[in-house]
Design a protein around this ligand. Structure first.
Ligand SMILES: Cc1cc2nc3c(=O)[nH]c(=O)nc-3n(C[C@H](O)[C@H](O)[C@H](O)COP(=O)(O)OP(=O)(O)OC[C@H]3O[C@@H](n4cnc5c(N)ncnc54)[C@H](O)[C@@H]3O)c2cc1C
Length: 244
């Protein structure tokens, strides 16, 4: 889209359930123009007007969760109880409706100067999967990626088959953690490890000479950063995005 340096309208062209509480939203340019390609890891800021006279309008950002392309943007949003924008997207925005958005931005992207043979570890907690999924989809063919996904259980386990398929096709390692598995969740089938991503597990299972990228709840990220530093990973190989 030409001259897109402020908010412009995008049109919702599709809306799909991903899993419990998470939906994906697909947007195109209103006038059918090409969209600027995002760099995997980047997000779009969205703006809506609210009924609250004090706030008038609110802005929230959502990471692009698909491959970079010039046709359609996909975001994947977790519905937050009492959350204004996530509830609006889930409950009110319908196919054909417009919403104002800024072009892709953000600096949580893979360092393009990483040596080609350096492994890359992508670790996600919950809805923090979105920027990392885009990185995986775009780089699975060319990079040695190890993908780690931590969720509560199979009810809120987004993009299971997408991740399985791309990792199998490209011979990449993929680990799934369930912190609170359901009675019928099967260890070795639905998930690989019960509990959280611990320092001991990292030491035994991940290459410490890798570049690390992660996104998830605050506790997940604080614990990962602390553990990686204690295991000797240098700070310049530790990258993360906060969703708050
Ligand atoms: C870089 C970045 C990328 C992101 N990417 C994604 C993504 O890909 N997918 C995704 O789902 N999210 C993502 N987020 C988070 C997203 O931007 C929103 O923060 C999230 O959707 C919540 O927004 P909301 O308007 O629904 O909730 P808000 O209205 O902001 O509310 C958030 C919480 O505060 C509580 N709250 C609100 N008002 C009050 C009040 N007056 N008193 C007490 N509690 C209150 C709500 O109940 C809720 O629990 C990202 C954030 C960042 C910074």
């Amino acid at each position: 889209m030409s001259n897109w340096d402020n908010f412009k309208e995008l049109v919702l062209v599709d809306k799909k359930d991903v899993c419990d509480t998470i939906k994906s939203f697909y947007f195109k340019a209103k006038n059918g123009e090409k969209l600027p390609k995002h760099i995997p890891g980047q997000f779009l800021p969205f703006k809506i007007k609210t009924d609250d006279a004090k706030m008038k309008e609110i802005i929230r950002t959502y990471s692009l969760s698909d491959l970079p392309n010039e046709d359609t943007y996909r975001i994947s949003v977790k519905k937050i109880e009492g959350g204004i924008m996530s509830s609006y997207l889930h409950n009110n925005l319908e196919i054909g409706d417009s919403i104002e958005a800024m072009p892709p931005c953000g600096i949580f992207v893979l360092d393009e100067n990483l040596p080609k043979d350096m492994p890359i570890v992508l670790l996600s907690g919950g809805i923090g999967i979105t920027p990392l999924l885009s990185m995986l989809l775009a780089n699975a063919k060319d990079r040695n990626i190890i993908f780690v996904q931590a969720v509560q259980n199979s009810n809120i386990h987004p993009f299971v088959s997408d991740i399985d398929n791309i990792c199998k096709e490209n011979n990449l390692k993929n680990f799934v953690f369930y912190s609170n598995p359901l009675d019928n969740d099967k260890l070795g089938k639905d998930y690989d490890v019960k509990g959280f991503v611990t320092k001991e597990w990292i030491k035994e299972n991940l290459p410490l000479n890798a570049a690390f990228y992660f996104c998830g709840p605050p506790m997940f990220m604080e614990s990962l950063e602390k553990n990686l530093i204690e295991l000797g990973v240098s700070q310049d190989k530790i990258n993360y995005e906060k969703f708050s």
